[in-house]
Ligand binder design. Structure first.
Ligand SMILES: O=C(O)CCC(=O)C(=O)O
Ligand SMILES: [Fe+2]
Length: 284
């Protein structure tokens, strides 16, 4: 690991002609750190900033308005406030978040102008990028190029892929609390957007051995940058690759001592279809 980022940056430039090289880079990172960043992915800084502006506008709404769509685990849609308790910490993450799927209920244009159209468009771009990565990983695993994407069809009514807007509230002397406790992602592949200066994400890449929830293991900060997309392998893809691709632990911290400003992040969780059975190459 070197430089300011503990994970490799992979460029998607000229994807069609560089697919073999990109595949090699992606699979190497996915087999070790379980994390990489994507650059030249086609979403502009303006588009990313606009999506974050909508997220800030949404979270600035009064609790009564956000509570109009409460988080529902059956629909994967809605707002939660300091409610997610991680197994690793047993305490609630110090954050609020809004979960959305394509067929979700959305804030109205009066509540947050253009929220729905802009966010749907942004989700569509995340889907296109995810498709490229999943095509490469399918090939690397010895499957046909469309193997992983077949389980992902976002138009299918049983698709569970979702976007999550996250807001970590400003805090002071946060020792003993977590913005997001140690965890691996349960889905297939996560795309995460951060903004310059809003650090706090820490990852635990390439552990040779691990203990429960990676407590006591070494975590490395992954500096926040507007532009590069942080991508990580989730538990599903680890299973579907017979453990070859690694779902690694990560967490988000505020400063133990002193003030931490608000932090916003946007995660796109490729989760796949509920009614499709997937197996790894060894058909275990
Ligand atoms: O907000 C972040 O940077 C990470 C969020 C995360 O890991 C998650 O929601 O699964
Ligand atoms: Fe995560």
């Amino acid at each position: 690991m070197s430089g300011s980022s503990p994970v490799p940056a992979v460029s998607l430039k000229d994807f069609d002609t560089r697919k073999d090289e990109i595949t090699r880079q992606l699979v190497k990172a996915a087999e070790t750190a379980g994390f990489f960043t994507l650059i030249d992915h086609g979403i502009t800084i303006d588009e990313i900033n606009s999506q974050f502006a909508l997220s800030e506008a949404y979270f600035a709404l009064p609790h009564e308005v956000k509570g109009r769509i409460p988080h529902d685990i059956k629909t994967n849609n809605g707002w939660e406030y300091k409610s997610q308790i991680r197994q690793s910490t047993g305490t609630a993450d110090q954050k609020e978040s809004f979960w959305i799927q394509r067929n979700s209920e959305w804030p109205t244009d009066e509540e947050v102008p253009n929220f729905r159209d802009t966010t749907k468009n942004f989700m569509g771009k995340c889907e296109q990028i995810s498709k490229k990565v999943l095509a490469c990983l399918s090939i690397a695993l010895g499957f046909s190029e469309d193997h992983l994407n077949k389980s992902m069809d976002v138009e299918a009514p049983d698709n569970l892929t979702q976007m999550r807007l996250i807001h970590y509230m400003a805090s002071e002397n946060a020792a003993g609390t977590w913005r997001a406790g140690n965890h691996t992602d349960i889905g297939c592949l996560t795309l995460l957007f951060q903004r310059d200066g809003e650090d706090g994400l820490e990852i635990c890449p390439g552990r040779e051995s691990h203990n429960d929830h990676a407590i006591g293991d070494t975590f490395h900060p992954l500096p926040a940058q507007t532009g590069p997309i942080v991508v990580n392998i989730g538990d599903m893809l680890m299973a579907w690759s017979d453990d070859r691709l690694k779902a690694n632990f990560h967490r988000v911290r505020a400063k133990d001592v002193g003030k931490s400003a608000d932090r916003y992040s946007i995660a796109y969780f490729n989760t796949g279809r509920k009614n499709i059975i997937m197996q790894g190459p060894l058909k275990k």
